[in-house]
Design a protein around this ligand. Structure first.
Ligand code: SAM
Length: 393
């Protein structure tokens, strides 16, 4: 039997509600002889089984749960394979198509697999391992990925998180330089993705549907894609018939890739330009009344709850510049991917920016993450991407 963590009396409610995290404050007895990443049982104060999870004795979240129930189960290869295939089924049934071959296959807690993110780029996966527990099912993960048609596996785990979590790299994983760009198709549009040099696992798959919405509104518009990374929104704007598109990002590599991606789809399109610059400065200095549509998709300003006040100031500032500068009757697509800034707070920040600038602003869409980034209803912390489309008079 696995080592057992016993909860304090009255602290079982969140586990009964299938919330995936156990905070150290809820623990009555830590498991004996268990190490970082080991599987543990979780029981209530009366020794009734509630869940299984991965143990992390040094973290504030001491266990991340992947099974809930009163019955003991065998955590074997079939257990993990079933979970991976269930996640695949959702994508296969509702997302993967001849015009979309890049998607998130495993979204950590959203797919009941804490600590694991697997993004698929055609026949390659870019894998992020964020918890040592995942080591326990590396081999079956690899086998199941091969079973669903994946040919190359790239482990993206950053060196520092690998050290912190003491994550080992399994043999046979492609961790040697993986420099080739991969060609993907998203809603019929093509993109180059570099899993090694790129941010996150290579591409911001979570904006797929929001990019498609921009396409719908772009006809004859002048569009600024601020914090544009490799030009995802820019390609969709051009596809929608934008008169002019500017992609701005602080990263030179991202700007070069944005240029490449627009050319890949629209070799003849002459009205795209990239700007490699800090977007705070760019937004401040750009002309007023020039852009019809602005996309503001900055990096997560708040990585932790402590950063929320600073992050809020950052979000407010860029939205203020946006509202000041956008053309009358224009649109602002504004986003936050900070998990610690929830939907209500983000809306309040955007409200504050609009009020300070003093323009009439109306919400016409409220956006979120797509179906391959599912939010477990019992784990609302999984909702991280928030967006608003605003009509500015
Ligand atoms: C969330 S990503 C944008 C993803 C993009 N919208 C897409 O669909 O692919 C944020 C981007 O902001 C860039 N960035 C970070 N800080 C910046 C800054 N101060 N000015 C400009 N770009 C910045 C990063 O290089 C990154 O490409």
């Amino acid at each position: 039997m696995y080592p057992t963590l016993v909860l304090k009396s009255g602290r079982e409610r969140s586990v009964l509600n299938q919330h995936a995290w156990i905070y150290s404050g809820a623990v009555k007895e830590l498991p004996q002889n268990a190490n970082q990443g080991d599987i543990i049982r979780v029981t209530d104060n009366k020794n009734n089984l509630l869940a299984y999870g991965f143990y992390a004795p040094k973290n504030q979240i001491v266990a991340r749960l992947f099974y809930f129930g009163v019955k003991e189960v065998d955590i074997n290869n079939t257990f993990w394979r079933d979970k991976i295939l269930k996640a695949y089924e959702l994508r296969k049934n509702y997302l993967i198509a001849s015009n979309t071959n890049a998607y998130r296959l495993l979204h950590a807690e959203g797919d009941s697999l804490p600590g694991l993110i697997v993004d698929v780029y055609d026949h390659t996966t870019s894998v992020q391992v964020l918890h040592k527990g995942v080591e326990l099912f590396y081999q079956i993960l690899i086998d199941t990925l091969l079973e669903i048609g994946i040919k190359h596996i790239y482990l993206k785990t950053k060196d520092n998180s690998r050290r912190l979590e003491q994550i080992n790299v399994p043999q046979g994983w492609a961790t040697e330089p993986f420099t080739e760009d991969i060609l993907i198709t998203e809603n019929g549009l093509k993109f180059w993705v570099n899993v090694e040099k790129g941010q996150k696992t290579g591409f911001f798959l979570d904006q797929r549907e929001n990019r498609d919405l921009l396409k719908k509104y772009s006809k004859d518009k002048v569009v600024l894609n601020a914090f544009g990374y490799t030009g995802g929104f820019s390609v969709y704007a051009a596809a929608g018939g934008a008169k002019e598109v500017v992609s701005a990002d602080i990263s030179k590599d991202a700007s070069e890739m944005a240029d490449k991606n627009v050319k890949l789809n629209f070799a003849e399109y002459e009205n795209h330009q990239t700007v490699t610059e800090d977007c705070f400065a760019y937004l401040k200095n750009m002309p007023e009344n020039y852009f019809d549509i602005l996309v503001l998709d900055p990096p997560a300003f708040a990585k932790t709850a402590q950063n929320v006040p600073n992050a809020s100031r950052g979000y407010k500032e860029i939205n203020m510049w946006g509202f000041k500068k956008v053309k009358k009757g224009g649109l602002v697509f504004t986003f936050s991917c900070s998990g610690s800034v929830d939907r209500d707070l983000f809306r309040k920040i955007v409200f504050g920016a609009a009020a300070d600038v003093g323009r009439n602003v109306r919400i016409i869409h409220q956006l979120t993450q797509p179906i391959d980034h599912p939010i477990n209803i019992y784990h609302p912390e999984g909702e991280y991407l928030k967006g608003l489309v605003l009509y500015v008079e």
